[in-house]
Design a protein around this ligand. Structure first.
Ligand code: IPE
Ligand code: IPE
Ligand code: MG
Length: 230
């Protein structure tokens, strides 16, 4: 059973290049793909879906591309609100979202607020997110508390960005690269990995079904000798 699905939505640029379009068009198509996959995940009985939309390293991209992406984040928050209300999707974010421009922050906060009572699917968007930044932010929160008691793994988890969300069971990466690119470093410890060459804008319900079928055939042992569910 998959409770939590995490996705590295990669390949927007290459999808656009293949079609002679601008990278912006690729990002636009990528933003549009999210809601269909969220709906398919919900249909498959998944409770939590976390998508990597913008990394702490993505700030290094040309200013025009960053501006386009920030605009699309605002647009996504506004235009997807009716669908989220209809489907019972709750929006959340993780990452250093204070770094986002005011317009994007405001649009996100509004949709986060208005969808707060929805509970069919918790859709978490990772924005200005880095796995190392998340761990460092947790350490600094612990220091700020002047805590002296030793920290257990369980305590530490409670300082992360979304401590109430279970660890991902499956990580999907589109676009073919076989790396984590600083995504959910702590949380992905025992996630099953699935990489597809399909570019993110082409990833749909059928592609999700393939990933879920692959997950269905895996034996998770969590370091023990026998298959375990958790
Ligand atoms: C993923 O698509 C979206 C972001 C990183 C914001 P890319 O823009 O990385 O697309 P490729 O990897 O260049 O094809
Ligand atoms: C990972 O994709 C980040 C997101 C999908 C948001 P990148 O395109 O930034 O990753 P690298 O640079 O190929 O590792
Ligand atoms: Mg990429």
């Amino acid at each position: 059973m998959i409770q939590h699905l995490a996705i590295i939505m990669d390949g927007n640029g290459r999808w656009a290049e293949q079609r002679g379009l601008s990278r912006s068009e690729g990002h636009r198509a990528g933003a549009r793909a999210i809601s269909g996959v969220a709906r398919a995940a919900l249909k498959a009985g998944i409770r939590y879906m976390t998508v990597y939309a913008f990394s702490t390293e993505n700030w290094k991209r040309p200013k025009a591309e960053v501006t386009t992406l920030m605009g699309l984040i605002s647009e996504f928050a506004v235009s997807e609100l009716p669908n989220m209300m209809k489907d019972g999707v709750r929006l959340r974010t993780i990452g250093r979202t204070n770094d986002l421009p005011f317009a994007a922050r405001t649009a996100l906060l509004r949709t986060i607020d208005l969808t707060a009572k929805n509970d069919k699917l918790i859709l978490t968007v990772a924005l200005s997110y880095g796995g190392r930044a998340e761990i460092v932010d947790a350490v600094n929160r612990i220091i700020a508390e002047k805590r002296t008691a030793p920290v257990t793994e369980q305590d530490f988890t409670s300082y992360l960005y979304a401590p109430d969300i279970p660890d991902p069971d499956l990580l999907i990466r589109t676009g073919g690269e076989k790396r984590l690119s600083n995504f959910l470093l702590w949380e992905l410890s025992y996630a099953e990995l699935y990489v597809t060459d399909t570019y993110w804008p082409d990833f749909d319900e059928k592609e999700l079904q393939k990933a879920l079928a692959s997950f269905g055939g895996r034996k998770r042992r969590f370091g023990g000798l026998n298959e375990q569910n958790q």
